[in-house]
Ligand binder design. Structure first.
Ligand SMILES: Cc1cc2nc3c(=O)[nH]c(=O)nc-3n(C[C@H](O)[C@H](O)[C@H](O)COP(=O)(O)OP(=O)(O)OC[C@H]3O[C@@H](n4cnc5c(N)ncnc54)[C@H](O)[C@@H]3O)c2cc1C
Ligand SMILES: *[C@@H]1O[C@H](CO)[C@@H](O)[C@H](O)[C@H]1NC(C)=O
Ligand SMILES: *[C@@H]1O[C@H](CO)[C@@H](O)[C@H](O)[C@H]1NC(C)=O
Ligand SMILES: *[C@@H]1O[C@H](CO)[C@@H](O)[C@H](O)[C@H]1NC(C)=O
Length: 518
């Protein structure tokens, strides 16, 4: 065949593939990389560098009827980002990350700044610190986009302070399903705002946010070890609510808790510049942990050993002094707010997942008024596993089972919203049960006794008025969890969604499960 017609044939095949959408589809992965899809099949990923570019891609997608999802850093856990449509395109926001319009008057209590979709907590924190400012407590983790966190209702742990990321948003520019930029202002009497505040990315791409900021400040971090009984039968609200931010880590095999809390200190109290690290490891540490955890796929004793070692390590401050990167060995630790509350990676270390250590998780929120009942129910679940099956379950995660808290915050789909049809009292805030576990590389890749976890989640969802975290659960858990989401909130959200995205451009599997496209 002459080469000209070969080329024509190639073009024909390429357009046929585009039309039928299968030939070139590939998975779009989470932060965990290959084998961990956020979307099972997508057609293209666009690393956009401006909001204008986002708008033109969306307009093109509207014309062609192509599904679109925005993505920040892929810091989510399961394949619930997109819909199962191989024509889907991803607008990757990482490289659209300008910060502008900084405003914080001397002596003012708060100010604001404008950030583009790809700005991460780490990036904004550094920028603000250089300008003697901070984002207060409305932060989550370091290498995550703030727009992605706001979209999915992500939150830190506090009962006293607003610490959901959306609580810091003053307004959002959303590229709707017609490719138009709509500015939604914070206004609790507006349905548009109450939907945008936890939008699940369904109203469109959050392209920019105006974010509330504060003067820079320092904090302390303190940690105590408690016996399990002191928490299960204790005044949980009273242990958490007094502090700016506080949480528990549960060590179920050892029957102990760590109680971590933070609060502001005067700028002059200490010169220490503590910097926290939750996820990075040296090669040596990673190698040792991996050996034990991989064998824990088969041996409960390895998991018991792992929990014991992790508990010992986690009892010490996971902080270094930022000025010389020396270990800090005594509590309390002091430093600048972001460094102490979040921190990040240490020089020359990599996060666990880049060492090939992966996890699975589940996270569910309960009214804090039911905190003791919930934790006791989980304890019974562990005990029954031993009584009924002779299986000892442990925590196989570096920092134990993560127990977080959230102040009540009103919107339609937030985890800490209140006045819901379940009649439960969410007004005092929520307790979140976040149970990560090691996912082995060996064998079938499933954790030790893998069906324990979904069984636990379903039991809790069946017995408590609890709500799933929007990026930390499987499709199966969302299907179970839907019954606990207020149908009136879902209906109100759906009405706003249909207005913003009449052509269903931004649909996701999660939203389909929640019945938002019926
Ligand atoms: C190590 C780690 C620690 C974490 N810690 C916490 C925590 O302490 N508290 C907590 O609540 N959560 C936590 N999370 C979850 C995390 O905050 C959320 O999954 C967040 O949505 C991830 O943001 P991302 O930028 O990586 O977005 P992605 O993972 O890329 O996207 C997540 C979802 O948001 C949508 N989305 C992303 N950007 C936009 C946008 N600009 N406009 C519209 N939709 C968008 C995506 O389509 C997708 O549905 C953690 C996750 C990891 C991996
Ligand atoms: C987009 O950026 C990511 C991260 O830098 C990179 O892995 C990917 O290959 C880029 N994709 C395209 C299409 O350029
Ligand atoms: C943040 O994530 C990117 C991948 O999206 C990675 O290349 C980079 O090293 C991370 N940075 C830090 C400081 O964790
Ligand atoms: C919650 O319900 C109470 C009592 O019905 C009502 O007074 C209050 O305004 C409601 N709050 C919100 C935010 O809807």
């Amino acid at each position: 065949m002459p080469s000209a017609s070969l080329r024509q044939l190639g073009l024909l095949l390429a357009s046929a593939a585009a039309l039928f959408g299968s030939a070139s589809a590939f998975p779009y992965n989470t932060f965990d990389g290959p084998g961990f899809p956020a979307c099972n099949d997508v057609a293209a990923v666009y690393n956009v560098t401006s909001v204008d570019e986002m708008v033109s891609i969306v307009k093109d997608a509207v014309a062609k009827g192509t599904p679109v999802r925005a993505s920040g850093k892929g810091h989510m856990w399961y394949d619930t980002m997109c819909q199962d449509d191989p024509r889907t395109i991803i607008i990757r926001t990482e490289n659209t990350n300008k910060i502008s319009d900084f405003s914080l008057e001397p002596g003012a209590e708060s100010g604001s700044v404008v950030i583009e979709a790809g700005v991460t907590f780490l990036q904004l924190a550094e920028y603000l610190h250089d300008n003697d400012a901070s984002m207060g407590y409305t932060l989550v983790n370091w290498n995550i986009s703030m727009a992605g966190a706001a979209a999915m209702g992500a939150h830190r742990s506090s009962i006293r302070e607003e610490s959901g990321v959306s609580a810091g948003v003053l307004s959002m520019d959303i590229i709707n399903g017609n490719g138009e930029i709509v500015t939604v202002e914070r206004d609790e009497t507006s349905e548009d705002w109450l939907a945008a505040s936890t939008s699940l990315g369904l109203l469109g791409v959050i392209a920019r946010m105006k974010f509330k900021i504060y003067p820079d400040f320092k904090v302390f971090s303190q940690q105590k070890t408690l016996e399990e009984d002191e928490v299960l039968n204790g005044d949980i609200y009273g242990m958490i609510a007094p502090y700016a931010t506080a949480n528990f880590w549960w060590w179920p095999y050892l029957k102990k808790f760590h109680h971590r809390y933070y609060d502001e200190v005067p700028l002059t109290l200490s010169d220490q510049q503590g910097f926290q690290n939750t996820f990075s490891l040296t090669d040596l540490e990673a190698g040792a942990a991996k050996g034990i955890l991989e064998s824990g796929k088969y041996l409960a004793t390895s998991n018991m050993l792992a929990e014991t070692i992790f508990f010992g390590l986690w009892s010490k401050p996971n902080f270094k002094e930022k000025t010389n990167w020396k270990d800090i060995s005594t509590w309390p630790v002091y430093g600048w707010n972001y460094d102490v509350l979040i921190g990040g990676l240490y020089p020359d270390q990599k996060p666990e997942w880049e060492h090939g250590m992966h996890g699975e998780t589940l996270e569910i929120a309960f009214p804090i008024t039911q905190a003791n009942d919930m934790l006791k129910r989980v304890r019974k679940f562990f005990d029954d596993e031993w009584k009924d099956k002779g299986i000892i379950m442990t925590s196989t995660y570096r920092s134990g089972i993560n127990i977080k808290f959230g102040k009540a915050y009103y919107d339609l789909l937030g985890q800490t919203t209140y006045n819901t049809s379940d009649g439960a009292d969410w007004s005092k805030g929520a307790i979140m049960f976040d149970f990560p576990r090691f996912k082995p590389n060996g064998g079938d890749g499933k954790p030790f006794n893998p069906e324990f976890y979904p069984r636990l989640a379903k039991t809790l969802i069946g017995e408590f008025p609890c709500r799933p975290h929007w990026t930390k659960n499987t499709r199966e858990i969302f299907k179970y969890g839907k019954k606990n989401i207020d149908p009136e909130h879902l209906a109100r959200f759906k009405a706003v969604r249909e207005k913003f995205d009449p052509n269903n451009l931004y649909k996701s599997v999660l939203a389909e499960i929640m019945g938002l496209y019926e």
